[in-house]
Design a protein around this ligand. Structure first.
Ligand code: HEM
Length: 128
């Protein structure tokens, strides 16, 4: 399940960048909208796989005393998805807050990736 999580993250980052560039180039933009819709479908798999990894490892998480970091990982993961979505909607409308929200989304995604690598599960963690 962690592999599905990683695959959906990579797909989400690629689709987010493409949709953002298309929206910033000109909006409304049909290609941007289509990319955004595919990204929204990917969010479902991203959240589902993250929650499943969390639930499947509940016992190990409790035993290791690492609840707080796992709780933070889930919170940051959900916040990252929310900010990616909100920043794209604002970029599509050329709203003034779009730039700040995009920066916030990038910062939260970077922190989430850092937390994921810091926590012990998954192929990325074992690389470091
Ligand atoms: C854009 C959003 C997200 C990003 C960028 C992200 C990133 C990552 C990364 C890089 C890993 C480590 C994989 C590895 O070590 O190979 C990971 C693991 C994990 N993620 Fe996410 N994630 C996101 C969303 C979520 C969500 C929404 C949830 C839960 C609802 C979640 C729960 C988890 C859990 C439980 C792990 C396992 C932690 C561990 O390594 O022990 N993630 N995530």
């Amino acid at each position: 399940m962690i592999h599905l999580h990683l695959t959906t993250i990579i797909l989400a980052v690629i689709l987010y960048v493409i949709a953002l560039v298309l929206y910033l180039r000109d909006s409304p933009n049909n290609a941007g909208k289509m990319t955004h819709m595919i990204l929204r479908a990917d969010y479902i798999f991203l959240i589902f796989s993250g929650l499943l990894v969390y639930i499947q490892n509940m016992e190990g998480i409790s035993a290791s005393g690492g609840h707080m970091m796992y709780g933070l990982k889930v919170l940051f993961g959900l916040a990252a998805v929310a900010l990616m979505e909100i920043s794209l909607v604002r970029a599509n409308r050329s709203a003034p807050a779009a730039k700040g929200l995009t920066i916030a989304a990038v910062v939260i995604v970077v922190i989430t990736v850092g937390l994921g690598i810091y926590l012990p599960l998954g192929p990325l963690s074992s690389m470091f």
